[in-house]
Ligand binder design. Structure first.
Ligand code: 5CA
Length: 427
């Protein structure tokens, strides 16, 4: 992609309304633009990152034996009246009337819709277990939308729903999701740790939040120092339950098993939340299957969310410096930036154009800064948008067939021939 035809309106100044690094950097890099409070347009550069995050999540959900569906954003109030949540959900739910004055809502989550689908089509224990998920926009009329897309009103969520015959089966589904989450976040170069959490309006009595540790996190978490020895790569539900780590909502200082002197606290960003709530929705919505003994039993359910759009902000909180974002390769909008430092110099242009075409042929995702701008502005923009690699070509290096290769994360720069640079990048 050539910068001259692309659209990423970068800003030099820090926008006044942004109080955390991720919000500041997303606005400055031209990734998002606010439409109104808590509602954003994703601009091309931001959308590329969102799609990559979404795809990693999708691949790990599929690998964990889940099936993707796509539910609507708008739901009928009727289903929520059946589950009993329509009146309890309160002002966070955006309620709408259609032209026939039927009550509708913009879905804040989808337990009712998916349970109704299950109830209509799945009738036998032989079809279990089933895990159905979608990646869809949700709306919650947050009282205090803030930090950009971190706490938006409209946000993208991956929500998975599991259906099992027995509580043991449901725990196995819960365990499979814990594992999928650990793999998902590892692929994005961050560690998200599961802590015990309150279940709120989703319900149930077993729940974990996945928290990425960051000073600017909105949640406070409390944990036993022994938790630091937890190997998140081989985390099991039993192991998790044997160690104390709780979100602020659930933490009760009076009844905490860890003595106050040893208890640790940290701040985190809640990027995911998993719940086991048994038959809370299956009974009222009629999701029963025929068991092996021929009797009708309500299915055991859990739900598993990831704030897909919030993850983008959390990744920036975890990976940035003063100059800008430092994307992990797996989610970077482009793998590399190619900087032509003088677009009026014909040797430099010829050399960069040729290099650009070779990158395209090799399927390397590249943003080619071919704009007529000073080199200072190009360096600043490239560091700001945070592509993992930069190839820098000026008139003198062009004549010698050389370039500079910069690693954005380590800051390391080396001079090498264009040919060697190409081979390295292809690897
Ligand atoms: N139905 C369940 C799981 S499928 C559910 O709705 N869980 S949730 O309420 O915890 O939301 C799932 C995830 O969505 C959260 O962990 C968080 O990462 C993200 N999320 C929730 N509210 C917002 C918001 N206002 N802005 C951005 N992300 C949000």
């Amino acid at each position: 992609m050539r910068s001259s035809v692309y659209f990423y309106p970068t800003l030099k100044e820090t926008p006044q309304e942004a109080h955390v690094a991720s919000h500041r950097l997303m606005l400055r890099a031209g990734m998002i633009a606010q439409v109104t409070s808590g509602i954003y347009t994703w601009l091309p550069l931001g959308l590329r990152v969102l799609k990559k995050v979404e795809n990693i999540i999708r691949e790990e959900q599929d690998r964990a034996g889940s099936l993707e569906v796509l539910m609507p954003t708008i739901q009928p109030a009727e289903l929520w009246e059946k589950s009993g949540r329509y009146h309890d959900y309160g002002k966070e739910m955006l309620r709408i009337q259609d032209r026939h004055e039927r009550e509708m809502l913009y879905g804040p989550t989808a337990e009712e819709v998916i349970t109704d689908i299950f109830a209509r089509f799945i009738k036998s224990y032989r079809d279990l277990p089933k895990r159905l998920y979608n990646i869809q926009w949700k709306f919650r009329d947050e009282i205090r939308p803030r930090f950009g897309i971190m706490r938006g009103r409209e946000f993208l969520m991956k929500d998975n729903y599991s259906f099992d015959l027995t509580p043991e089966g449901a725990r196995a589904s819960y365990q499979a999701m814990l594992e999928a989450y650990v793999k998902t976040f590892a692929r994005m170069d961050v560690t998200a740790i599961p802590v015990r959490a309150a279940t709120g309006p989703i319900g149930g009595d077993l729940s974990h939040e996945f928290q990425i540790l960051a000073e600017t996190g909105e949640s406070e978490i409390f944990y036993d120092p022994a938790y630091e020895t937890l190997d998140v790569n081989s985390v099991t539900l039993d192991r998790l339950q044997s160690l104390y780590a709780a979100s602020d909502e659930l933490h009760d200082p009076e009844n905490c098993p860890v003595p106050l002197e040893t208890l640790k606290t940290a701040r985190g960003i809640e990027v995911g939340h998993v719940f086991y709530f048994g038959t809370k929705y299956s009974i009222p919505l009629g999701a029963y299957v025929m068991g092996p003994d021929g009797k009708q039993v309500p299915v055991e359910m859990g739900s598993y969310g990831i704030g897909v759009s919030r993850v983008v902000a959390a990744l920036i909180e975890a990976h940035h410096d003063k100059a800008g974002i430092k994307w992990p390769e797996s989610v970077a909008p482009f793998k590399m930036g190619l900087l032509n430092l003088n677009v009026k110099n014909s040797a430099c242009v010829a050399c960069c154009d040729d290099f650009y075409h070779k990158l395209l042929q090799a399927d390397v995702e590249v943003l080619y800064d071919d704009r007529d701008l000073g080199s200072g502005a190009k360096f600043a923009d490239m560091d700001l948008i945070g592509l993992p690699w930069q190839v820098i070509v000026g008139p003198r290096s062009a004549e010698a067939g050389m370039c500079e290769l910069k690693n954005r994360r380590t800051g390391e720069r080396i001079e090498l021939s264009l040919e060697d640079a190409l081979n390295r990048i292809k690897q």
